[in-house]
Design a protein around this ligand. Structure first.
Ligand SMILES: [Zn+2]
Ligand SMILES: [Zn+2]
Length: 365
């Protein structure tokens, strides 16, 4: 029997997260209850924490949940093909399944799209996000089973790794033999290295800042062929050298805030090549952006928002194979009640701490 209430970390204002006990809802034939094992943290958590996303509050944040099905309605069990006791990865987007984009196969662009972690608690049944012991699973949830024997902090990497597969392989159609430049060595950049190598990319080049050196080292351990420190090296020359003067088939920008990588991508990519922009820049204009370069080189530029089932499936398959030392990019476990500390650590607000991949774990302390 599930408990009557769940500890949840609730965002009540910008930079304000409070501990609350929220009632655990009854489930229906079409819904379920998840006991959360871990919830991954990324840059979007920081944006939400800062309050720049203008989301309704109070809200339970947490959009990267991993957990065990605690209770499930018969119809949900049939539709999702999971049962009580199964460990699942939860997709963060809820789509309507009836609008044009949904029916056209682009459910992540649903006209009525909702994100679990942005639905306020006063919209019943309240337990929507992953910063909680338990989470309500709506009838339109998409869940993926994952091996119970993987450590939770590794299994929860389905999220960044899913992004790596979608952004660096599926969207640019990365093929065996390709040369790929990945800009930004955070958890999504590192995941992109792994994903492109899995796709058969021959040469993978990662760019980052001087402070990113430890992460660039992990990138190499994950299969990157070259790492470029853009502050101390001439990145354009290096990319030219590493691609034998041709430029890269694919350039993926997963860096956040900085706009220079967008301009650099135009010079790194080969004529006829593809650029994927997946790192958001806070809606800033990009200085030095010359659109004629796109014309002259016939560059394809694609945006990437979110991850869909195929990316998660590739990620989960790879995690279950246990062939990549993913533990190298996991830096921090935080107890659920330390959600604020986790976000501040990620945002480099805690001296001497550098977070690559981190997650919240209920009941850790
Ligand atoms: Zn995230
Ligand atoms: Zn829809």
């Amino acid at each position: 029997m599930p408990p009557k209430s769940s500890l949840a970390m609730v965002q009540t204002g910008p930079r304000k997260i409070e501990r609350m006990d929220l009632p655990v809802p009854d489930i229906t034939d079409y819904t379920a209850l998840l006991r959360i094992e871990a919830c991954g943290i990324c840059g979007s958590d920081y944006e939400q924490y800062e309050g720049v996303l203008n989301m309704p509050m109070p809200v339970v944040p947490g959009h990267e949940p991993l957990g065990v099905i605690e209770a499930i309605g018969d119809e949900a069990a049939k539709r999702w093909k999971v049962d009580v006791g199964d460990r699942v990865c939860v997709e963060t987007m809820l789509s309507c399944r009836f609008c044009g984009p949904c029916l056209g196969g682009s459910y992540h662009l649903c006209e009525d799209r909702r994100i679990y972690s942005y639905i306020p608690i006063d919209e019943g049944p309240g337990l929507w996000g992953g910063y909680s012991e338990y989470m309500f699973l709506d009838a339109n949830s998409i869940v993926h089973k994952i091996d119970k024997d993987l450590p939770a902090e590794i299994a929860v990497m389905f999220n960044p790794l899913g992004a790596g597969f979608r952004w660096a392989v599926e969207i640019p159609n990365t093929k065996p033999g390709d040369t790929v430049v990945i800009m930004g060595p955070g958890q999504r950049g590192l995941s992109s290295v792994v994903a492109t190598k899995q796709a058969g990319a021959k040469t993978v080049i990662v760019t980052g800042l001087e402070a990113d050196r430890p992460k660039m080292q992990i990138a190499k351990e994950f299969g990157a062929d070259y790492a470029i420190d853009v502050q101390n090296e001439n990145a354009k020359e290096k990319v030219r050298e590493y691609t034998k003067g041709k430029g890269a088939d694919v350039v993926v920008d997963v860096s956040s805030y900085a706009t220079e990588p967008v301009v650099d991508a135009l010079s790194f990519v080969k004529p006829g090549g593809t650029i994927v922009l997946a790192g958001v820049k806070g809606y800033k204009p990009v200085p030095g952006f010359i659109s004629d370069v796109i014309v002259m080189k016939e560059i394809t530029i694609k945006g990437a928002i979110g991850v869909t089932s195929s990316g998660y499936t590739s990620a989960i398959e790879l995690l279950e194979k246990r062939v990549i030392p993913f533990e190298k990019m996991h830096t921090h476990d935080f107890d659920l009640t330390d959600a604020e500390l986790a976000i501040k650590t990620l945002a480099r607000e805690i001296d001497g701490e550098e977070s690559v991949h981190s997650c919240l774990i209920p009941g850790l302390k």
